[in-house]
Structure formats: structure tokens, C-alpha cells
Design a protein around this ligand. Structure first.
Ligand SMILES: C[S@@+](CC[C@H](N)C(=O)[O-])C[C@H]1O[C@@H](n2cnc3c(N)ncnc32)[C@H](O)[C@@H]1O
Length: 284
């Protein structure tokens, strides 16, 4: 074996250029899928061109797949700006986080700042800071878009530098969009795979009121999403979708395969609501 052959075999064995560590979500997010990955991933297709996730939230599935080509999107603009800042300057975000004390007084002063006027790096640092110091890592805003979750008094670090670096790497070749889920699907082809994790339908007709954005995800949005899923099926695009195990959802997707998923929702306040049944719905 000559030198070139040795180098080639070392590279192909992944020894010379070890892959960067795989990232995990750098924020806590209601409905985050980190704890369910082992139940979800085995059902995903083994090969596809682009991974598309239109309700990215904390990105547990996106980060764990670590797929080369991806599109991520969410209607929460502050969240999406945070992804862009981590992609472009994770160290800058970390440096600002290092200056923010975890006190109720400081929390309230950051909460009162109008984030729309801030530069991207500061905006992201404030988003992560509020997420890590607020009550249960919830995201809730008033009608004017002002963050209004109370202080949580937790003794937790704001970030892990290695994880932010890995997240930044994972985001380098990713298309990052802000807006409604329909827009994220515009260029999708039958070689791509889409994972939908919308705000879940709750008995009562609306989903997770005011939880992630200043708007709501209503019954009509669930219907709009289901028709988009039908359209993708007609175009030969593979998708998987998570939602609640409720009669309304079962009826909306009655022509598709459904896998039961058992979830523990630590973010819910009432203990009797903590164990909930979910569905993974598949069109393949
Ligand atoms: C259940 S969470 C996704 C959780 C994510 N899979 C994770 O692991 O963290 C739902 C997300 O949908 C977003 N969202 C709500 N309405 C939307 C809409 N009409 N279009 C796109 N995203 C929307 C919310 O901001 C939230 O981040």
C-alpha cells in the first residue's frame, strides 16, 4: 500500500477527519422531541435528498439527523433569528451570554427590552438567556409580541460551548426560513423528506394557545396542514407528522399509517396531563 492508498483508507474510515460532534437543542422548547427520538427515528426513510422541518422549535430531530442538506422554518421570528446568529457567530452569542447575570432584576430588565431593534447576535443571546432563566423555559408573548413568562430562578448554565459550535456547524448549509409552514414547502421534491411537528391539537379546538408565537394554531390550521400533506402525497413527497392521539387528528389522517408514541410531557403543569399519547403519522 502506498501513502495515497493509506490516506484514502484512513479518510474513508473516518479517522483522519473525524466528524464534528453532533449537536443537541441549545434551548428548552415546549413539545421538544429529544426524549422521543428513539421512538421516531427508526420510522424515517433511510435515504433522501433534503430534510425539511417546517416547525423547527428546538430542532431535536434536525440536529439528531445531521443531514447534509436541510431546510428549517418556524413562525417564531425571534427563534429563527437565533438560529441564524448561532450559524453566523456562535462565539459572539456566547460572549454576550457570559455578561448576563442570572438574577430576577436582570431577567426583568432583559425581558423589557424591545428585541426587534437589537442586532442579531444580541437578540439571540437574549433569547437563549430568557429561555434558560424563565419559568420552565416557556415561550409566551403578549399581543404586542412582548415576552411575558416570569423568572424561573434556576441554577443552570446558559450554554455548552462545544454544543453551540456543533449547532453552528450543522446550520452552515441549512436554508433557514421564517414564516408559515406552507412557505417552507414551496420547492420540495419527491426526493425530499419532510417531518412536521406542529403545535398539537388539543381537545377544545385550539392548540397550545399563545405558546410559541403571538398567534394561535387553530383547528382550521390543522385542516390546512392535513390538506398540504395530501397534496405532498399526491406529488410523491414522503412525510412524517407528529400530533396528539385524538379523534379529530385520527379522522383528518384516516388514510395514513399511524404509529403510537408514548410521551412524557414534563412541561405540563398538571401532573395528570403528563403522560399523553401521541401519534406518528406516515405517508409511506
Ligand atoms: C411542537 S413545536 C415543535 C417542537 C420541535 N419539534 C422540537 O423538537 O423542539 C411547534 C412549533 O411550531 C411553530 N409554529 C406555530 N405555528 C406555526 C405556523 N403556522 N407555521 C410554522 N410554524 C409554526 C411554533 O413556533 C413551534 O416552534
Amino acid at each position: 500500500m502506498n501513502t495515497t492508498q493509506i490516506e484514502t483508507s484512513v479518510v474513508s474510515a473516518g479517522l483522519l477527519f473525524p466528524q464534528t460532534a453532533q449537536a443537541t437543542p441549545f434551548i428548552k422548547w415546549a413539545g421538544g422531541k429529544q426524549a422521543l427520538l428513539s421512538q421516531l427515528l427508526p420510522h424515517f426513510p433511510s435515504k433522501f435528498e433534503r430534510f425539511v422541518e417546517p416547525f423547527i422549535g428546538g430542532g431535536a430531530v434536525f440536529f439528531s439527523l445531521n443531514h447534509r442538506l436541510a431546510t428549517i422554518s418556524d413562525q417564531n421570528e425571534w427563534l429563527i433569528d437565533t438560529y441564524k446568529a448561532i450559524r453566523d457567530d456562535w462565539k459572539g452569542v456566547a460572549n454576550i451570554l457570559d455578561t448576563l447575570p442570572n438574577t430576577k432584576e436582570h431577567f426583568l430588565s432583559v425581558r423589557n427590552i424591545s428585541h426587534s431593534k437589537l442586532d442579531l447576535t444580541t437578540k439571540a443571546a437574549h433569547f437563549i438567556y430568557l429561555n434558560k432563566t424563565c419559568f420552565r423555559g416557556l415561550f409566551r408573548v403578549n399581543q404586542k409580541g412582548g415576552f411575558n413568562v416570569p423568572y424561573g430562578a434556576y441554577d443552570r448554565r446558559y450554554y455548552d460551548a462545544g454544543n453551540l459550535e456543533a449547532a453552528s456547524q450543522a446550520l452552515q448549509d441549512t436554508t433557514i426560513l421564517t414564516g408559515d409552514f406552507e412557505q417552507a414547502l414551496l420547492g420540495v421534491t419527491d426526493q425530499d423528506f419532510v417531518y412536521f411537528d406542529p403545535p398539537y391539537f388539543k381537545l377544545g379546538g385550539y392548540s397550545d394557545f399563545n405558546r410559541y408565537t403571538s398567534g394561535q394554531f387553530r383547528e382550521q390550521d390543522q385542516v390546512r396542514l392535513a390538506s398540504l400533506c395530501n397534496e405532498l402525497t399526491n406529488r410523491g413527497v414522503k412525510w412524517a407528522l407528529s400530533n396528539s392521539d385524538t379523534p379529530f387528528i385520527k379522522d383528518l389522517y384516516k388514510y395514513y399509517r399511524m404509529v403510537p408514541i408514548s410521551a412524557r410531557r414534563e412541561i405540563n403543569l398538571k401532573s395528570q396531563e403528563r403522560d399523553v399519547a401521541e401519534l406518528l403519522i406516515l405517508n409511506y
